[in-house]
Design a protein around this ligand. Structure first.
Ligand code: GLN
Ligand code: ZN
Length: 767
């Protein structure tokens, strides 16, 4: 029985890669030093895996930016706009690579970056391959071969990882009309064959081909491409061992296709879809091995050995030990690196820590599971089993996790709790009388620039260099300044600026029961950007008001309306590691109730408008369309519960960032927020079409300027966008606001842009 791993986090346990890349981009690190630090991380990772006892260790899972971009460079799918960089001698492959990832503006060259999008349903973002109709491919970068050689020199037995050719094409985008990217498969496959040939020459025995598209809905052409690719590979390299990796879902109706492919091993995700084991075991061809993805690669909980052993035994009984492999469910890219680094008990309580496993610990779990099956009487393994079972048991019954009060409250939710008192038509009239806003009311999305100063206050406060009173007083001064400035520039609905918040999820998580934090649990989000998601470990409740003091203080400074500002339940859930001992929907309802309490307290404190941000609602959509409805039902309900308790006069806003709305517009309408603000400017208001076609009844604030760029938009531009909006949405429904929060912007451009925006609204009112 072999153990293997699908991929290891490449950021380094102390985010070494982030630091190295950012220094290189800033010009303070040489290319050679950057390459060196990559090499160190790879070696460290290989040795960690070797020492853990993993049999097949992945290579080519390392990347300086993104594994899909690596693949594009490997097969030479380099868009034309980068060709000057290739031709320009002093530039290296590294510069070309980063130009594709981040754009390039140096030495007279000015090229934009490639598009980035989310990797399936994770929070990882990849660089989208760009294809043309006559797209040619050729082996351009030999990174994978080089890494195989590098590992071999260290005496590491490796299993190179490649994104499979079909998934690689499907991950990309057609950049001109008149073709379908799957038709490029015949151009692409020869490059893969070239690579596989070189790998074989270099003594590679196993190759892992990731084809996560096998868990999605596939059409006939795509299925035929799978047949073509894997039959050709088999014919070309009859003795190369191919492992086909699926993950993030079950294969469902693609199973007959998968079992018809001539592969040596099939990896399946048994965390996301434990039910598929039975049918896979039934239909696996006689010589194919199965890789059981048992250890959760996307969450932080310890594996339940007893349960996993039952699964392994089932597979062994059917196939024999020799055809069974044990692995994490997917690449460990999505796990934090090392739990051993969590030594601060004030941040992560020892009891909670005892329930967790990060990437390094997960390797140990994989190996221990093998030992428990193959050498069942091994004393060390048995001791690990006993420890594991006591951790699993302690988590089940811990009073830290379970609150009867929270459970009862969620269980006794009534249908009316998810409804406002009156319909929007009635609320609208009352709100207009109560709020007395002009037409085209202006507002912002919540945060104002988090300057270096503001961040340094927080850092000093955390280190104990500022007392709580000093810290609060500095934040109050900043809040007052931003209120005065908003009054001066003439905004209609003000915000307090969110200076007290580090992050829209962490800030709430830190104040809610049931959330824990790590000091070093970083996970790559894209490029050098990492996130440290909170860990929802128990029943969620709100011990006391979280934002009321700030909103109340800001409101006390001004006669204008100050909008309360909260993060919604779906976003809090989506951007955290979640419990695996109950459905996500259940956790989400508990969070919704906690937010509802906050909403009610804000209303009681005299806050007339409350915004509940849900930028992550679309991200939570399941991979298969058939599962969308069930998710959207509970996600929408959670929002409605959070918002549902207030009087008709209190206006509820929500906010969503750049996303398509076409296919979920009905559900967005069902959220029944009085006002929704959306990111819109980059799409030139095109995103409004979905609202128009649906005759969306409530009010909408389409973002009129892109906050991701320091560029200051002109009044005329924004008037133009608003006129476009007016063509499709009745003007009575329209608000005027930026695309998103201004946290990452500087003050200078913010002042100018908002002044222009206020003028734009005035121009529209005069018409
Ligand atoms: N209120 C938040 C802010 O302004 C919203 C952030 C977001 O949508 N991502 O920062
Ligand atoms: Zn946003």
């Amino acid at each position: 029985m072999l153990t293997h791993n699908l991929g290891y986090p490449r950021i380094g346990s102390n985010r070494e890669l982030k630091k190295a890349c950012e220094s290189y981009w800033a010009g303070s690190l040489t290319a050679k030093a950057l390459l060196n630090s990559g090499e160190n991380i790879r070696q460290q990772n290989w040795l960690i895996q070797k020492n853990a006892g993993i049999d097949l260790i992945p290579v080519n899972d390392f990347s300086f930016y993104d594994q899909v971009l690596d693949m594009s460079l490997t097969v030479g799918a380099i868009p034309d706009r980068y060709h000057d960089i290739i031709l320009n001698k002093p530039h290296s492959e590294l510069d070309l690579y980063f130009a594709m990832a981040r754009g390039h503006q140096k030495n007279g060259l000015d090229v934009t970056a490639m598009e980035m999008t989310k990797w399936f349903d994770t929070n990882y973002h990849y660089i989208v391959p760009e294809f043309r109709k006559d797209q040619a491919f050729k082996l351009f970068s030999s990174k994978v071969i080089a890494e195989v050689k590098e590992a071999r020199q260290l005496g590491i037995k490796t299993k190179p990882v490649l994104i499979g050719p079909v998934s690689y094409l499907l991950l990309g985008k057609e950049k001109e009309p008149g073709f379908n990217r799957i038709d490029l498969i015949e151009n692409l496959l020869p490059v893969y064959l070239d690579i596989l040939g070189q790998l074989e020459e270099n003594g590679v025995e196993w190759v892992q081909l990731d084809e996560p598209y096998l868990v999605l809905d596939l059409n006939e052409r795509e299925k035929a491409a799978f047949q073509y690719v894997y039959n050709t590979i088999k014919k070309s390299f009859p003795s190369l061992k191919t492992m086909l990796a699926t993950y993030f879902e079950g294969m469902g109706d693609n199973l007959p296709l998968v079992t018809s492919l001539p592969i040596c091993a099939l990896h399946i995700d048994l965390v996301r879809c434990p039910d598929q084991l039975e049918s896979v075991l039934q239909s696996l061809p006689e010589k194919t091995s199965i890789s059981l993805g048992l250890v959760d690669g996307r969450n932080v909980w310890k594996n339940d050995f007893q349960r996993s052993m039952e699964v392994i035994r089932k597979a062994v009984n059917k196939l024999g030990e020799g055809r069974v492999m044990i692995a994490p469910s997917c690449s460990l890219l999505h796990s934090p690196c090392d739990l051993d680094l969590e030594t601060d008990e004030k941040i992560l309580a020892p009891e909670i820590k005892s329930w967790l496993a990060f990437a390094k610990q997960k390797l140990d779990e994989v190996v221990t599971l093998k030992q428990l099956i193959c050498s069942g009487t091994d004393a060390a393994a048995l001791k690990k089993l006993a420890l594991n079972q006591s951790a699993v048991e302690s988590r089940k019954v811990s009073p830290l996790i379970h609150s009867d009060q929270v459970k009862q409250r969620a269980a006794s939710l009534a249908a009316k709790d998810a409804h406002r008192m009156s319909s929007f038509a009635v609320r609208k009239e009352k709100q207009h009388r109560f709020l007395e806003l002009p037409s085209f009311p202006t507002t912002t999305i919540g945060s104002f620039p988090q300057t270096k100063e503001v961040r340094s206050w927080r850092a000093q406060f955390k280190k104990g260099q500022l007392t709580e009173a000093e810290y609060t007083s500095l934040l109050k001064q900043e809040t007052e300044r931003v209120i005065r400035w908003q009054e001066q520039v003439g905004l209609d609905v003000l915000v307090h600026g969110e200076f007290e918040r580090n992050d829209m999820v962490e800030y709430f998580g830190e104040q809610l029961e049931g959330f824990a934090f790590s000091s070093n649990g970083w996970v790559q989000s894209y490029g050098s950007r990492c996130v440290k998601p909170p860990i929802i470990y128990g029943d969620v409740s709100r011990p006391k008001p979280m934002t009321v003091v700030w909103s109340q203080y800001a409101q006390s400074l001004t006669a204008k309306i100050v909008k309360g500002m909260l993060t919604g339940p779906v976003t809090l859930l989506q951007w955290s590691f979640v419990r695996n001992d109950q459905p996500r929907s259940k956790t989400c309802m508990q969070i919704a109730l906690a937010i509802r309490d906050e909403v009610m307290d804000l209303e009681k404190a005299g806050i007339k408008i409350i915004q509940i941000d849900e930028p992550a609602i679309r991200e939570g959509l399941p991979l298969r369309k058939a599962d969308w409805k069930a998710y959207l039902d509970w996600a929408v309900k959670a929002f409605r519960i959070a918002a549902g308790g207030v009087r008709d006069e209190t206006q509820i806003h929500t906010h969503m960032c750049y996303s398509e709305f076409n296919d979920i517009i009905e559900e967005i309408a069902a959220m029944d927020a009085d006002v929704i603000t959306i990111e819109c400017s980059r799409s030139q208001m095109e995103l409004l079409d979905a609202f128009a076609a649906f005759q969306y009844p409530n009010e909408i604030g389409p973002g009129v300027y892109d906050i991701h760029s320091p560029r200051v938009p002109t009044q005329a531009e924004m008037v133009g966008l608003l006129n476009k909006a007016k063509e499709v949405i009745p003007e009575k429904q329209l608000w005027v606001n930026p695309d998103c929060g201004l946290k990452t912007r500087g003050w200078e451009e913010t002042r100018k842009a908002l002044a222009e925006m206020v003028e734009a609204a005035k121009t529209l009112r005069e018409k």
